[in-house]
Design a protein around this ligand. Structure first.
Ligand SMILES: C[S@@+](CC[C@H](N)C(=O)[O-])C[C@H]1O[C@@H](n2cnc3c(N)ncnc32)[C@H](O)[C@@H]1O
Length: 239
């Protein structure tokens, strides 16, 4: 598999197992960094959670009173998210769809939350991602994007990494960058599992792992990655 190919998420979710080494993002609750943003009222208006996965971030935002739409390409993930919403009585619009088709719906969001979606895309799709954001956001919309960092994330199998310089270069033409700061992304993956991790890009068992010295773990012994948090605001378009 090459870096121009997408990760086969439907296959990952499609086995009906909503956890396990292939889904290290399934931590059973919101990402702490997302929760912190919501807790300090940093998000507002109609929020799109792009690549929302199993819905925990979107549900947390809704629990804080925000209007939230969550979109994910995996129908299994969206079904799971909808079940959770019903169970806790929260109103989130969960949609099973390819995010790249969202422009056609004509909805313009005030805030886009991207928690570990951007880094699943090959670099060749970044122009399409930027065009998508352009089409689905209001002027002055806020973007909060959490993505694996070249500088910060140990070299275990996983999605594409970006450097802070790359992020700035990718986004600054159309977004005013407020900050690119270091944040933490929790996982359900015990450190011991990293060495035998299945590479989601290749489905290879025991994929080669180098440079694991920097792996941090939380109080449950699960890997926590240092990632970039890009906070940006959509620039006005020329008339
Ligand atoms: C690493 S997971 C992150 C899930 C969630 N945002 C979180 O932080 O827990 C990436 C998610 O993006 C979804 N995804 C990948 N490509 C997509 C696409 N083209 N449109 C919508 N969702 C997509 C996957 O199905 C997966 O749920």
């Amino acid at each position: 598999m090459t870096s121009t190919e997408r990760i086969p998420f439907e296959k990952l979710y499609g086995d009906g197992q909503k956890s396990g080494p292939l889904m290290p993002w399934n931590i059973g609750g919101p990402q702490p960094a997302v929760r912190a943003l919501a807790d300090r009222d940093a998000l507002g208006g109609h929020v799109l959670d792009i690549g929302c996965g199993l819905g925990d971030n979107a549900l947390y935002l809704a629990s804080k009173g925000l209007q939230v739409t969550g979109v994910d390409i995996s129908p299994v993930a969206i079904e799971c998210a909808q079940e959770k919403a019903e169970k806790v009585g929260l109103d989130v619009r969960f949609v099973a769809a390819d995010a790249f088709g969202l422009a056609e719906a004509g909805v313009r969001y005030d805030t886009v939350l991207d928690s570990a979606f951007f880094h699943t895309l090959p670099r060749t799709e970044i122009p399409a991602y930027l065009a998508l954001l352009d089409a689905i956001t209001q002027e002055r919309a806020q973007l909060h994007l959490f993505t694996f960092a070249t500088e910060l994330t140990p070299d275990f199998p996983g999605p594409r990494r970006s450097s802070a310089v790359e992020l700035r270069t990718d986004f600054e033409a159309t977004w005013k960058i407020h900050s690119i700061s270091s944040a933490r992304y929790s996982s359900s993956l015990p450190a011991a599992a990293v060495a035998q991790m299945v590479d989601p890009r290749t489905f290879e068992l025991d994929a080669p792992t180098q440079n694991l010295t920097g792996v941090s773990v939380d109080e449950n012994g699960c890997v926590v990655s240092s990632i970039w948090h890009l906070h940006a605001e959509r620039l006005a378009r020329p008339a």
